[in-house]
Design a protein around this ligand. Structure first.
Ligand code: GDP
Length: 195
């Protein structure tokens, strides 16, 4: 499945900057360093479309990409970076909550979780925001080529127990590796099926 051309549209720092809600939208979210840029690049087949930036205190932008003129793919800033100043974190959380709760065209969130670590408290906070906003989300394990099978199974089990508490979560966890290509077609099929 081919998603078609993917173009950067804009980076948004405040609600006023959001592009018109005129097409289907889905979001990629996750902690800093979870492998979000790599997965976005694997999905869209483009190198360096999404840049990694773990610089604390850097302006946290919500990046909009147009996919095939029919969808926006929205790259949310990586969260959980311990060294970001409190004021920056608070501003970003407010923007995130307002965006998630108020965006009519937002159909799905892909919440990325590092398969070596499983869901953390900060991931659970995002899940609660999604529950309140009633935005359905998929849990996506990243870097599954990295952990040993027993460790992967353990972090999967922990994560299953956590998502079971969240009514807007899809129960199946999607296993991905940007390096090996696992799960990429599954994600594309979900995206293609959004309506
Ligand atoms: P981001 O901060 O969430 O955008 O994370 P990046 O995509 O920049 O990835 C963070 C680090 O994890 C980089 O060193 C990547 O090379 C590595 N990484 C990302 N995806 C994978 C994967 O599927 N397998 C492995 N082994 N490493 C990965």
């Amino acid at each position: 499945l081919f998603l078609g051309p993917c173009e950067f549209v804009k980076g948004v720092v405040a609600m006023e900057g959001l592009p018109p809600a005129d097409r289907l939208e889905f979001c990629m979210a996750g902690r800093s360093n979870v492998g979000k840029s790599s997965l976005i690049n694997a999905l869209t087949g483009r190198k360096a479309l999404a840049r990694t930036s773990n610089t604390p205190g850097r302006t946290q932008e919500i990046n909009f990409f147009a996919l095939a003129d029919t969808h926006y793919m929205v790259d949310l800033p990586g969260y959980g970076f311990a060294k970001a100043p409190v004021a920056v974190v608070a501003k970003w959380q407010a923007l995130l909550k307002n965006y998630l709760a108020g965006r009519q065209t937002l159909r799905r969130v892909f919440l990325l979780i590092d398969s070596r670590h499983g869901a953390k408290e900060v991931d659970e906070e995002i899940m609660s925001v999604l529950d309140r906003a009633a935005v359905p989300f998929h849990t996506v394990m990243t870097k599954i080529d990295k952990p040993r099978p027993a460790d992967l199974e353990a972090s999967l089990e922990r994560t299953r127990q956590i998502i079971a508490k969240h009514p807007t979560a899809y129960p199946e966890i999607i296993l991905t590796s940007s390096d090996k290509g696992d799960g990429v077609e599954t994600l594309r099929a979900i995206i293609a099926g959004l309506n």
